[in-house]
Write a protein that binds this ligand. Structure first.
Ligand code: NAD
Ligand code: WQD
Length: 341
């Protein structure tokens, strides 16, 4: 059995944690990353955790020549495709860059997979494809809403590209994992999230506020139709999320896919509010966070959380790390980052 897995975007937040879980499950990750949103030192963090060097190739997934070389020189049977631009706000300012990178990288990979007989690909999709669902929690059958940002549209389009390509080529197996809100860091605190500039996402903003890098966290809205008025999300620990990729690769390699294109929600099934995150973060890390209630953020969804039953039953995967541990790990990672600087 070929246990080498090409991990595009493997230096990123979710990719780096997935490389660790792959290695621990007996796979050999081969990272391709152009370091557009990450650092070379992440490779050292991964290698330190797994206790051996991990292979890293600096290349752009949209570059057909560079990627042809990657495919000819490396023998792998599966790909996990994380590489993409991921800033929702930025995508509205630079839509063409988002379409080029997020669609171009996938099209390039699918073309090379055909030419080199690589049968399996796991794709990073997002709960963003659901928009504000009419009924909660969302299952994989919940209809996707029209995308409101170019970023969200790229995720929907990539899902459709996979579905249509798999329908034409029966040897191709594809799995789209719809992540909910990934947070936290590896328990070693050797890898974690590396946001550039002012973070948009809640957890990096929380940890940077606790570290004194940001003055005050704005909680965007306390007048939503939720128990405490703040928005609700399904925060999924990044190491749990990483393990879902190992299950997806296992499923394809073992020939267990039910069709060429499968979709799974990867969430905990628990809806947690912004204020609950703030309070739990304070409690488990024994600190006080400077925060204020601010106005609603444009484009925010009131509430979403996953029904992960299909992933639990079919992938044999379940989120297990308690939120408290995840929030501790996020803070440990932030403190480690501060020590390095
Ligand atoms: P990240 O930015 O930390 O990692 C992405 C990695 O891909 C980076 O290391 C970046 O340098 C690399 N990259 C980007 N374009 C590339 C290209 N053309 N060629 C080679 N490398 C390239 O992001 P992440 O949070 O780890 O997200 C990984 C994937 O999961 C993305 O596809 C993202 O859209 C998706 N996703 C993320 C979240 C989230 O909240 N973090 C939620 C849902 C889905
Ligand atoms: C979470 C909650 C905010 C920052 C985004 C993408 C989505 C997916 C995950 C990729 C919200 C509140 C946040 C702050 C706050 N990514 N918040 N103050 O918006 O659920 O989703 O990341 O696919 O596509 O849209 O994540 O971390 O930005 O926000 O109060 O400073 O925290 O209002 O309720 P979001 P987030």
């Amino acid at each position: 059995m070929n246990k080498r897995v090409l991990v595009t975007g493997g230096c990123g937040f979710i990719g780096s944690h997935t490389c660790v879980e792959l290695a621990e499950a007996g796979y050999e990750p081969i990272i391709v990353d152009n370091l557009n949103n990450s650092e070379r030192s992440v490779v050292d963090g991964i290698s330190a955790i797994i206790g051996r060097p991990v292979k890293f190739i600096e290349a752009d997934c949209c570059d057909p020549v560079a990627m042809e070389k990657v495919f000819s020189e490396n023998d792998f049977s599966s790909i996990i495709h994380f590489a993409a631009y991921k800033s929702v706000n930025e995508s509205s300012v630079k839509p063409l860059e988002y379409f080029k990178n997020n669609l171009g990288s996938l099209l390039n990979l699918l073309t090379l997979m055909r030419e080199h007989n690589v049968p399996n690909i796991v794709f990073s999709s997002s709960c963003t494809v659901y928009g504000q669902a009419d009924k909660l929690p969302v299952t994989e059958k919940t209809p996707r809403k029209e995308a409101t940002t170019p970023y969200g549209l790229t995720k929907q389009m990539c899902e459709d590209i996979l579905k249509n390509t798999a329908a034409a080529y029966p040897q191709l197996k594809t799995i789209a994992l719809r992540y909910f809100n990934p947070i936290g860091a590896h328990p070693s605190a050797l890898i974690g999230e590396l946001p550039r500039g002012i973070p948009n996402n809640l957890l990096p903003y929380v940890t940077q506020t606790a570290a004194g890098i940001r003055e005050c966290l704005s909680v965007f809205g306390d007048d939503y139709n939720t128990p405490d008025g703040s928005c609700i999300r399904d925060y999924i620990d990044v190491t749990d999320l990483a393990k879902a990729h190992v299950c997806a690769v296992n499923r394809m390699i073992e020939g267990k896919s039910k069709s060429g294109y499968e979709v799974f929600n990867v969430g905990t099934g628990n809806g947690v509010s912004t204020l609950e995150i703030v309070k739990t973060f304070e409690k488990v890390n024994n600190l006080k966070l400077n925060y204020k209630i601010a106005g609603r953020r444009e484009g925010d969804i009131e509430a979403i959380w996953a029904d992960p039953t299909y992933a639990n039953e079919e992938l044999g995967w379940k989120a297990v790390r308690p939120l408290e541990d995840t929030l501790k790990s996020a803070w440990q990672w932030q403190q480690n980052l501060a020590r390095k600087k």
